[in-house]
Write a protein that binds this ligand. Structure first.
Ligand SMILES: [Zn+2]
Length: 79
């Protein structure tokens, strides 16, 4: 899991919350970060860090705390 937010200048500072997203599977086509709160952030405008940076996104934190993870999880099921 990584923290993803819009790069500086892409959106207003008030919208630059740190969202949480799962790291994509190796080799998977990866054009957007799908955040836990359901946003799609294009990789070319995303700023990624290993920990929360700046103002956290509350819906993302709630999903993380509840252990539910993102709404869309690709091919990681074992049954
Ligand atoms: Zn979020």
């Amino acid at each position: 899991m990584v923290a993803v937010r819009f790069a500086s200048g892409v959106v207003g500072e008030t919208r630059r919350q740190a969202h949480l997203a799962s790291v994509p599977a190796p080799g998977a086509t990866h054009e957007f970060w799908t955040t836990f709160c359901g946003m799609h952030i294009p990789v070319e405008v995303a700023e990624v860090s290993q920990g929360p940076d700046g103002m956290p996104c509350l819906p993302c934190l709630m999903h993380s705390a509840a252990g539910t993870g993102p709404a869309v999880e690709a091919g990681d099921s074992c049954g």
